[in-house]
Design a protein around this ligand. Structure first.
Ligand code: ATP
Ligand code: MG
Length: 414
C-alpha cells in the first residue's frame, strides 16, 4: 500500500515573490515545533507545497488537523505518496475517491511540476478519469463545481494523490510580520485579538495587568490557560504580568471617578510601550471594538491612544460581540474567558464612567499624580512566565534587573 503523507497548501505565501523561501522556511520551522508531540519523520519543502511525513509512513487525520491549526496553512490533504508507476497512482486515485463519502459528481485534476515524467497532465487526467468512471459508473463527471476533485500531482519522481482536504486557519507563518505586545485580559475580546494578529504572522508578547494584591491572582491563571489554548498556533513566547492593584487604588484616590478608567488605561498603555521597547515590538494590540463599552468610544480611544507613540492595532474594532464570541469558541478560549475573575478592570470601577472624555480634563487628571514615577515603579515590578511554543520568539537580549524568572504563584503550575 502507498504511504500517506500530509501535503500542506498555502496561498498567501505563494504570492510573496522573492520572500517566498523565507516564508516557507518559517512555516517549516513552525510546523516542526507545533508537531513535536506527533510521530513525525520529516517536514520539508517540495515544489509548490510543504510535506509532512509520519514515522510509520501513515499520516493520520489527527496529524492533518494539528497542521491545519498553524498560521500560514490554507489546506492540508492526506495524500497517497506514489511512484510514477501508473498502476500505483491509479489505484491510489480509486482509494481516494472511495474514501470521499457521499458524492454525485467528480473530476480529476492532474498537475505536473519539476518533473521529467513523460505523461502530460491531459494524459494523466484521461488515464485516471477512465479508470474512475469504470469503477463509479453511476457518478457524473462534471468539470464545473463537482462534489469531489481527485488531485493527481506529479512532482519530481513521485505522484501525490488525494481527494479530500481539511481547511486550515490561513494567514501567514508566525515570525514573518515582526513582534507585537498585546494587552491581554482574561475577557473574550483580547484573546481573539491576539490570535488574529498572530494569524497574520506576528509574534505575540502578551502583557496582563492583574489586580493583585487587591484581588486574587485568578485572572493571571486564566491568561495562562488562554495562552495554552492558543499553543497550536505557536504565536506566544512570553507573558508579562503587571500587579496593578495598589496603583489603581492610588489613581482612584487622585482622579475624578469618571476619568478613572481612562487614567488606568493610559498607565497600562505606557507600561505596555516600555515592554515593547525592551522586546523590540513594533506595535501594541488591544481587543477594543468601537462603542462596545464606555472606554471604547472614539473620544476615549483618542484620550488613551495619545500617551503612546507606537501604532496601536485593534483587530476587532469593527466586529460585533457575536462574531467575537464565535471566534472565541473556534479557537477554544471561550470557556476560559467565561469564567469570572476579578482583574484590574473590575477594581475601583466608577459608577458612571466618562463616555466622551474632554482632553483638557484628562490632562488635568493625569497631572494630578506623579504618573512618571508610577509607570517606572510598575515597570520595575513586572513579572513574566515563558511559554515554549513560539519558534520565532527571541527574548530580549538585555534582560534588565527587573525581570524575575517566575511569579511565585506560577511555580506550582504543571
Ligand atoms: P476584553 O474582553 O479583552 O477584556 P473588554 O470588552 O472587557 O475587553 P475593556 O475592558 O474596555 O473591554 O478592555 C479593552 C482592551 O483593553 C482589552 O481588549 C485589552 O486589550 C485591554 N485590557 C483590558 N483589561 C486588561 C488587563 N487587565 N490586562 C491587559 N489588558 C487589558
Ligand atoms: Mg475585559
Amino acid at each position: 500500500m502507498s504511504d500517506r503523507v500530509c501535503l500542506v497548501h498555502y496561498h498567501e505565501i505563494g504570492l510573496k515573490g522573492k520572500n517566498r523561501s523565507t516564508f516557507e522556511n518559517q512555516l517549516v520551522q513552525n510546523l516542526r515545533k507545533a508537531l513535536r508531540d506527533y510521530p513525525v519523520a520529516e517536514v520539508k519543502r517540495i515544489p509548490g507545497h510543504l510535506l509532512v511525513s509520519a514515522q510509520d509512513g501513515q499520516a493520520t487525520p489527527e496529524l492533518a488537523h494539528a497542521i491545519s491549526l498553524v498560521p500560514g496553512v490554507a489546506r492540508v490533504s492526506q495524500a497517497y505518496l506514489c511512484s510514477l508507476d501508473e498502476e500505483e497512482y491509479c489505484a491510489a486515485a480509486l482509494k481516494a475517491l472511495h474514501e470521499a463519502g457521499d458524492f454525485t459528481s467528480f473530476k480529476v485534476h492532474a498537475h505536473r511540476s519539476s518533473t521529467d515524467y513523460e505523461r502530460h497532465s491531459i494524459d494523466i487526467n484521461r488515464l485516471v478519469g477512465d479508470i474512475l468512471c469504470h469503477e463509479f459508473p453511476d457518478k457524473k463527471v462534471q468539470m464545473h463545481k463537482p462534489d469531489v476533485i481527485v488531485y493527481v500531482n506529479a512532482v519530481g519522481h513521485v505522484v501525490y494523490v488525494y481527494a479530500a482536504s481539511e481547511v486550515g486557519v490561513g494567514g501567514l507563518p508566525v515570525g514573518t510580520a515582526g513582534k507585537v505586545v498585546t494587552l491581554l485580559s482574561s475577557g473574550f475580546d483580547s484573546p481573539v485579538a491576539t490570535w488574529m494578529v498572530g494569524r497574520r504572522g506576528a509574534t505575540c508578547v502578551p502583557v496582563h495587568f492583574s489586580g493583585r494584591p487587591m484581588t486574587a491572582d485568578t485572572s493571571e491563571y486564566l491568561c495562562q490557560d488562554i495562552i495554552n489554548q492558543l499553543a497550536p498556533g505557536g504565536m506566544i513566547g512570553r507573558l508579562y504580568v503587571v500587579p496593578f492593584g495598589e496603583k489603581q487604588r492610588e489613581i482612584s484616590l487622585a482622579v475624578p471617578q469618571s476619568l478613572r478608567i481612562i487614567t488606568y488605561r493610559r498607565v497600562m498603555f505606557a507600561v505596555a510601550e516600555r515592554i515593547a521597547q525592551l522586546e523590540g515590538a513594533k506595535a501594541l494590540v488591544t481587543g477594543e471594538s468601537l462603542g462596545q463599552v464606555a472606554s471604547q468610544t472614539l473620544d476615549n480611544i483618542a484620550a488613551v491612544n495619545e500617551i503612546v507613540s507606537l501604532p496601536v492595532l485593534r483587530p476587532l474594532i469593527g466586529s460585533d460581540k457575536q462574531e467575537i464570541i464565535r471566534r472565541a469558541e473556534e479557537i477554544g478560549t471561550y470557556d476560559i474567558s467565561a469564567q469570572d475573575a476579578a482583574d484590574c478592570c473590575t477594581l475601583f470601577m466608577p459608577r458612571r464612567p466618562e463616555t466622551h472624555a474632554r482632553i483638557d480634563k484628562v490632562h488635568e487628571a493625569w497631572d494630578s499624580f506623579d504618573h512618571d514615577a508610577m509607570i517606572e515603579e510598575l515597570v520595575q515590578n513586572i513579572e513574566y512566565v515563558d511559554f515554549d511554543q513560539c519558534p520565532s520568539y527571541k527574548p530580549p537580549r538585555q534582560i534588565s534587573r527587573w525581570h524575575r524568572e517566575l511569579l511565585p504563584a506560577f511555580e506550582h503550575i504543571d
